[in-house]
Design a protein around this ligand. Structure first.
Ligand SMILES: Cc1cc2nc3c(=O)[nH]c(=O)nc-3n(C[C@H](O)[C@H](O)[C@H](O)COP(=O)(O)O)c2cc1C
Length: 222
């Protein structure tokens, strides 16, 4: 893709830009099965040791500025978010020569949303979620395969869908800081940083909801 810097003055609504970049990534990479919504998720628990891994972004709410992903909440990242509910995320779309960096607080998605998403997963993946206590040690591969086979057999008596284990569910990442990076071959890249404040919603609001200020925008040197 040819280099297109952000205009001066920059766009006032960065969530619309992110929505567009995600759509363009899905359009240009999706047909090739290259996981255009794969994102590096960094967390840091009470031990203050940063940790990072890839997860798939399963939703973006461009009105509130919230990303969604699903996982086993008893995993290493789940424990880290329990201790320190803030995450950083990086998307990188090599063919577009674009990077997006995000930082913000996290919260659980409502159980009803996790239920619906779990039920939409292919049966083998449902059985895997039930078989695997993510990030815990296991004595052998055979033990995992046995557990999986047991849940696959249970599927036959469960009308094709298994119940979501309580430990499995979604997270929201609320965007507080958002940086767009668009690359140029001579390295005079373009970087726009958008920041806002997020405060927990009033007691009358829904749990895990945040109220957002307006955006401050700055251009960073590459
Ligand atoms: C392309 C790709 C997509 C992945 N998507 C997810 C995901 O959506 N959720 C998840 O829990 N793990 C996903 N994983 C596995 C994670 O990278 C990681 O191994 C796992 O979540 C355990 O991480 P933790 O021990 O730090 O909690 C994915 C891995 C890859 C390579």
């Amino acid at each position: 893709m040819s280099f297109q810097p952000f205009p001066d003055p920059p766009p006032e609504r960065p969530l619309e830009v992110l929505d567009q970049w995600l759509s363009e990534a899905i359009d240009s990479l999706g047909s090739d099965h290259r996981n255009p919504t794969a994102m590096t998720l960094a967390t840091c628990g009470a031990d203050q040791v940063p940790d990072a891994r890839i997860v798939l972004c399963r939703g973006f709410d461009a009105t509130r500025g919230v990303l969604t992903y699903f996982t086993d909440r008893s995993s290493a990242k789940g424990r880290q978010l329990q201790e320190n509910p803030r995450a950083a995320v990086v998307f990188y779309w090599e063919p577009l020569y674009r990077q997006v960096r995000i930082v913000g607080p996290t919260s659980f998605v409502p159980d009803s949303v996790s239920d619906t998403y779990f039920a939409s997963r292919m049966p083998g993946a449902q059985a895997s979620a039930l078989s695997s206590f993510q990030s815990q040690t296991v004595a052998s591969r055979a033990e995992l395969e046995e557990r999986h086979a047991k849940h696959m057999r249970a599927l036959q008596h469960a009308e094709g869908s298994l119940p979501r284990p309580e430990r499995w569910g979604g997270y929201h990442i609320w965007i507080e800081r958002l940086e767009f990076w668009t690359g140029r071959t001579d390295r005079l890249h373009d970087r726009m940083l958008y920041e806002r404040s997020l405060e927990p919603a009033s007691p009358s609001g829904s749990p895990g909801e945040f109220e957002a200020s307006g955006w401050r925008v700055t251009r960073l040197q590459p």
